[in-house]
Design a protein around this ligand. Sequence first.
Ligand code: ADP
Ligand code: MG
Length: 461
Amino acid sequence: MQILLLGAGAVTARLNLLLAEHGHSIAAQMAAFTPSHLDLFDFQGIVVVSPESAVSTESLVQAAERGKVLFVVAGTGDGLAAWANGVGVPAFAYPIAEVESDRLLAEIRRAEAGNLAADEQYRRAVLGSDLAARLGSGMAIRKIAVTSPKGGAGKTTVAVNLAVAFALSGVTTYLVDADANAGAIQYHLRLERAHTSMIGLLRRELAKPNLSTTMGEIASGAAYLEAFTPLDDLATLRVLPGLVMDDLSDESLQDEERITAVLGGLYEAGVSSGGVVIMDVGINPAHVVHRAALRLAEGIAIVIKPEIPDLAETRRWIARMLGSLSGMVGRQAAYEFVGSRVKLCYNQVLGKDFKAAHRTLQAALYEDEIDLSLAPNGVLPMVAAHLAAHGVNSDRRDDILVWRYKREKLEELEGYTEALLSFATHFVPAVREGASRAGLLISPHGRPRSNPFAWLRKLLP
Ligand SMILES: Nc1ncnc2c1ncn2[C@@H]1O[C@H](COP(=O)(O)OP(=O)(O)O)[C@@H](O)[C@H]1O
Ligand SMILES: [Mg+2]
């Protein structure tokens, strides 16, 4: 493993030799560590010799966010040892004795073999073990499709920001481009290379001879996880871009049963590894890929602008969805499916204009004799055009709106980030708490409101 060794003393010097002897390469050895070193050196792990170095837990958390695995060597009374033990970072006694150095070498091997997962370390480092555990057990909806009945409403922007918000908040997140008409995830995520793409995965799976189902299923879990491309700057986010999705009209790609099995495999693989899966699903719900992604989702985020054309398309979309589901599972079950899975997300909202829009939509549904009462689960404000554009145009993927807010705390992005996280709590209730521990939100319960009667309290005894 390539290691950044932090410390400048006799024990660190000894460790330097020992690590090299065991085939590890030391990218650098230094006494003080700051996050700027993350861009200066190429390494996967950090070994901190606490008494011989100066390093803050905040900068270690930032390193964990970037997927670096951490190892701490510290004395018993050392604050860093207490922190490491609290968040589950492997810690070793200082000065390091032979047994402990064997244990350190074994832990590094485990990390190399992928058994000390970088995303788990980030989650625990940023959230603490208590919240990390609670987050995992409290995920209400883990298979999420983001779609919209009309193009340009903002589904890719919502899918990408939702994914980044989850990932920064400690939730392992698998983002899938399942838009057969206008896949764009690779641009949003600034991906130059990818392990594979949706089209690549479908081609590969559909070319296979029919395996017996159980054998196929056993082999596929790990294979689906491998299809995702990890990011080097966010350990908790993995991406499957769509790339040349227009090829999905290929004759060879019309086997609905197998396409459904692949999409189901992607959802299952992400969920069984403890994460959430977000699919960006194109506007036409009749396309085989879209149909499978929607049918297998536990939650369907419908992104709409509060404008008549979007509302009209949403009305038609819901009617069509109910119609086609009723044919398959009956009217009652179709209503239950749509009523429980659909989460409306108004986007590009100015002021309170979504309220009238929502009433219009609801009235139109009743007019169609669709007795379904839907709530506006998400209300995302319009952000300034230059900010939205920068979110996709710059050469930094951490300019994605919520990621940029975490870094720069721009006031113009605060409302958007707050609203996006409120929407996210419909899927993972503890995510706001994670976001606030990760420094993405200012407070876990929304912005602290000033009390208009505070002056009065001062006058009282
Ligand atoms: N909340 C928002 N405020 C301002 N512009 C937005 C917002 N959400 C999306 N946009 C912009 O709307 C356009 C369409 O967004 P996109 O996510 O590509 O939509 P879709 O995937 O539904 O086609 C893009 O130019 C995007 O920057
Ligand atoms: Mg899109």
